[in-house]
Design a protein around this ligand. Structure first.
Ligand code: RFL
Ligand code: PHB
Length: 393
């Protein structure tokens, strides 16, 4: 087999890159380890920045998002029993975010790919990128017991944090930066009306809580939990009681509860790999970086990497601009590190790290300071809606 770009991984990064390249007539094959249903069963992010929305529109997969997604003009920070609204729209000169689940984005991209006729190989085993520092990059994999090879010009490693692309880079060619947090998030999806029209991020002495949503009848809630906890330890009743205890009383009193339809625990991590380009192979999205979900940045960062790589490859094929290849890492990393900082900061002010009440008081003072100053609110708002994309020129 032969193509221009082999994309490893059919998560949002791989599918979006494949779609944008296909629209420019750049041939690509996606090789994915799991089945389509498995990929769609993962409940993850829910908040899309305007840049991500713009890119989905450019990829002509935004029709359902624009119809069914919900524009949010603000969100709330809760602490000391108070609710402080961050008015995103007023503080950023009109910018907002869209609440539309990652599962739906992935489904829309899968449908578009099926219609375009571009090849996606699901349930590929032992996927391996080869010779990306040389002139003949290729990707091999096993399907139905038979080994296959795809020859290509470039390889895009869109295979997430546990993928093979980053792991195939020689150790002396890559630097990893990492912080693992001493807690996780327990998430519950329930067929209940959301407790509030807007997201609520809560600091509480018992630990962090988040009230989010997918639609008018589908809510997504999270509470900070211990890394030793298992979902079996958390009955629905225990979850709702804990969530209520971390919210201001009037919000807790109007929380509609019901049976959970999904319950999972995610660890929290900050992680960056530098560089993100190795000869003819690029790392994109979670393959190169992880943020704790507190800033709602993971999926949005994946989209901005895709934007950069898509523009570089487009100019490479249309104008033979090979000089841009080596600029991929620096362009992406400038934005990534700022999103890493914001996600780390939001995590730091909202979670319980120790039993020391000094830390709790400092967090409350920081939240009070930031929310009562115009400069503080602008700082939070402009990071939350997403920093601008850098043009590739
Ligand atoms: P993905 O979505 O992980 O997709 C990678 C794809 O690559 C496949 N793969 C392989 N394919 C072939 N060969 C191999 N060797 C392979 N190894 C892996 C995988 O099966 C998969 O289909 O990465 P991508 O596309 O970069 O997208 C990134 C986003 O998914 C991610 O940033 C966010 O979902 C992060 N994230 C969250 N972000 C938010 O903004 N808000 C959230 O609430 C939120 N919750 C989460 C999350 C990530 C989680 N993970 C990764 C465990 C909750 C969880 C549980
Ligand atoms: C979600 O709805 O899953 C969600 C929203 C905002 C976050 C994290 C997760 O910061």
């Amino acid at each position: 087999m032969k193509t221009q770009v082999v994309i490893i991984g059919a998560g949002p990064s791989g599918l979006l890159l494949g779609r944008l390249l296909a629209l420019q007539g750049i041939d690509n094959i996606i090789v994915e380890a799991k089945s389509p249903n498995y990929v769609l069963s993962r409940i993850r992010a829910g908040v899309l920045e305007q840049g991500t929305q713009m890119l989905l529109r450019e990829a002509q997969v935004a029709e359902r998002m624009d119809r069914e997604g919900h524009v949010h003009e603000g969100f709330a920070l809760s602490f000391l029993g108070r609710m402080e609204r961050i008015d995103l729209k007023a503080l950023t000169g009109g910018k907002t975010v869209m609440v539309y689940g990652q599962t739906e984005v992935t489904k829309d991209l899968m449908d578009a790919r099926a219609q375009s006729g571009m090849q996606t190989i699901y349930e590929a085993e032992d996927v391996m990128p080869h010779d990306f520092y040389g002139e003949h990059p290729h990707v091999s994999f096993t399907k139905h017991g038979k080994r296959h090879t795809i020859h290509c010009d470039y390889i895009a490693g869109c295979d997430g944090f546990h993928g093979i692309a980053r792991k195939s880079v020689p150790e002396d060619k890559i630097t990893l930066f990492e912080r693992v947090y001493p807690f996780g998030w327990l998430g519950v999806l329930s067929r209940t009306p959301p407790v509030s029209d807007e997201l609520i991020y809560a600091n509480h002495e018992r630990g962090f809580a988040l009230c989010s949503m997918r639609s008018a009848m589908l809510s997504r809630y999270y509470v900070q939990c211990s890394l030793d906890d298992r979902t079996e330890d958390w009955s629905d009743d225990r979850f709702w009681d804990e969530l209520r205890s971390r919210l201001p009383t009037d919000i807790a009193n109007r929380l509609a509860t019901g049976p959970s339809i999904e319950k999972s625990i995610a660890p929290l991590r900050s992680f960056v790999a530098e560089p993100m380009q190795f000869g003819r192979m690029f790392l994109v999205g979670d393959a190169a970086h992880i943020v704790p979900p507190t800033g709602a940045k993971g999926l949005n960062l994946a989209a901005s990497d895709v934007y950069t790589l898509y523009n570089i490859l487009h100019k490479r094929y249309r104008e033979n601009r090979t000089d841009l290849i080596a600029r991929y890492s620096e362009i992406c990393l400038r934005r990534i590190w700022k999103a890493e900082r914001f996600s780390w900061w939001m995590t730091s002010i909202l979670h319980k790290f120790t039993d020391d009440p000094f830390n709790q008081r400092i967090q409350e003072a920081e939240l009070d300071y930031f929310t009562s100053s115009e400069a503080g609110r602008i700082n939070i708002a402009e990071n939350y809606v997403g920093l601008p994309y850098e043009l590739v020129e």
